[in-house]
Each structure stands twice: as structure tokens, then as C-alpha cells.
Design a protein around this ligand. Structure first.
Ligand SMILES: [Zn+2]
Ligand SMILES: [Zn+2]
Length: 111
């Protein structure tokens, strides 16, 4: 019974966990999927969680243009003034995708 594709000895993960690095001390943190924040056990920094496909927005500290940065980036370099803006809790914004509503969860099964 069960899945013939699963090799013996393989056990499924207990829960869906994500990983990110602490923005302050760069320690690798694990967090349950769906968590919005994860607190670093090392330095107690509350890190905002972005999903891997998400992109954040931050305002350039140099010229105030709105920059986008990929998930997990500790800093982003401005393409117009080349200033490097550090990504911190104070200047993080929720990704734009959040405001566009949930993705379609149901797909048409055959037909
Ligand atoms: Zn930390
Ligand atoms: Zn700039």
C-alpha cells in the first residue's frame, strides 16, 4: 500500500518549514510555513518573512526611488544612484502581491 515511489527509510517532513537568514546576525532560522515573522533565537530580532517567490519593496536611502529586492536579500543596490540600502525591519514593506488577492487555489480537473 502507499506510495511505491517513496524509497524505504524516507520519512516525510513533520511540517512545512521555511528557512531564512536573520537580517541582523545572519544565522539560519527555521520557521513554520505561513509565519509572518520569525524571531531569531540568537539576537532576538524579529525578521519579516517573505516567501521565496515574493519580492519586497524598499525606498532607496540615497534618492528615495522605490526599489524591489528579491526574497532574502540583506541589501539592495539602487540602479539609479548606486547607493546600497540595507533591508531592515524599519524599511520593509509587504510585497505587492499581497494586495492582489489570493492566487487561484482550484484548477479545473480534466475538462
Ligand atoms: Zn539574529
Ligand atoms: Zn537611489
Amino acid at each position: 500500500m502507499g506510495n511505491p515511489d517513496v524509497p524505504p527509510g524516507w520519512s516525510p517532513p513533520q511540517a512545512e518549514m521555511g528557512q531564512m537568514t536573520c537580517g541582523n546576525c545572519h544565522r539560519l532560522l527555521s520557521y513554520p510555513q505561513g509565519a509572518k515573522h520569525v524571531r531569531c533565537a540568537c539576537c532576538q530580532t524579529a525578521n519579516l518573512v517573505l516567501e521565496a517567490h515574493e519580492v519586497g519593496n524598499v525606498k532607496c536611502d540615497g534618492c528615495s526611488v522605490l526599489l524591489m529586492y528579491p526574497y532574502g536579500a540583506p541589501s539592495v543596490k539602487c540602479s539609479s544612484c548606486h547607493f546600497i540600502t540595507k533591508i531592515g525591519e524599519h524599511n520593509r514593506r509587504p510585497p505587492a502581491s499581497v494586495q492582489q488577492g489570493p492566487p487561484p487555489l482550484t484548477r479545473n480537473p480534466l475538462h
